[in-house]
Write a protein that binds this ligand. Sequence first.
Ligand code: CA
Length: 483
Amino acid sequence: MGNNVMLQAFEWNLENNGKLYVQLKQEAKQLKENGFDALWLPPMFKGTGQNDVGYGVYDLYDLGEFDQKGTIRTKYGTLKELKELIDELHKYEIKVYADIVLNHKAGADYSEEFAAIQVDEEDRMKEISDVYNIEGWTGFNFPGRNQKYSAFEWNFQHFSGVDFDQKAGTEGIFKIVGENKEWANDVSEEKGNYDYLMFADIDHKHPDVQKELLNWGEWFVNFIEIDGMRFDALKHIDISFIEQFIKHIEKNVERDFYFFGEYWVYEESKKSNYLYETKYHTDLFDVAFHYNMVEASVNGSNYDIRKIFDGTLTKEHPMMSVTFVDNHDSQPGQALESFVEGWFKKIAYGLILLRKDGYPCVFYGDYYGINGEDPMKGHKEMIDQLLQIRKQYAYGQQDTYMENENLMGWVRHGDDAHPGSLAVLVSTGDSGVISMFVGKDQAGKIYTELTNNNDHEVEINDKGFGEFEVGPGTLTCWAEKTQ
Ligand code: CA
């Protein structure tokens, strides 16, 4: 991915005004200049209602085109605006990644009666009722779309579980009972079996479901010209199906296509297994790295910064890792709330943008800010600065200096097209100095700090070392003085 950077182009609390596509279209040129090479767009499907962030998918074929769930547009705009946005992004050579929600469906058109058994929420292999008939919301016939693009209709046989029995008015997790009805066996083993996440859980073992979703994928990638897919909720979907789906897309799309996914789990070992089983066809978000950064930001000088890469995907499988500081789920108030604290954001973005490994993803909320009851300011200026530094200097060989529990640094030595070195320092405690080697050919050169964080000049000695400084709890970036 070279020195590419992607932007996660949404946060959870965006206003429901249908303006995101138009806004991003207006900013496309500027976003490219600022250093973004790809945009990960929010789920673009019609959800449970207009205000749905997109993960409560009702109809995968409705990208803001049909009058369904009380609205034609989605939270982000109409199909026409989406297509115009994609054209504009491509004009500036920005790739477009779609967020694909294949685990579940929501907002059924009608309920049905079928046999089910209730399971323990904390151990889904433990059945806690007899088999009995419930009334679940599993019927989808999409009257507003009137069979355009696909005549497929969904019923309870295409699902493996639901969370509500209309008849008794009971909430819980109900496993649908019938022939070949069992939780998928190649999903996360958390909670006994983590096939079920929310809404009506799609049964990816069902041959009709497989056929329909493969048809849909083929239609989707050719109907709108996307360049990649971000899989939502991978740990709840049969690995075998994802593998089949990726192969099918690769066969049916005539352009470079990029797959990455969300497998939200801490333990590195589980992610490595997952990568192995998907035959490395999909990159994954480095969730462990995110958690390490959260821990470092919460514990400050009590955190040993030398552990920051321990157990991360970036360390174990650098070519498969999508690095991120925060996202729509980790932001305050959301399902996986674990937010990197403000003072650490610059350090965190330095860690993902200025080092060699990982494909960095900048979060909309960190860039533009977060909306809602407790709005939060973005760090656009700081991130733009680091993006420019990445594009200009963050190339070539990397040497890391783990000085002590609160002080680290690294040097990028540049390459033929980007000569010169970049020295970066991070302090999570007091101010500090690290003597770092930037190259014998740099001897006698004067280095200055690039983010207006230090006015000193550093002269590189005849052995090629500079004595670089960093203040308390921040990050500095040094390169040869240009003027
Ligand atoms: Ca599932």
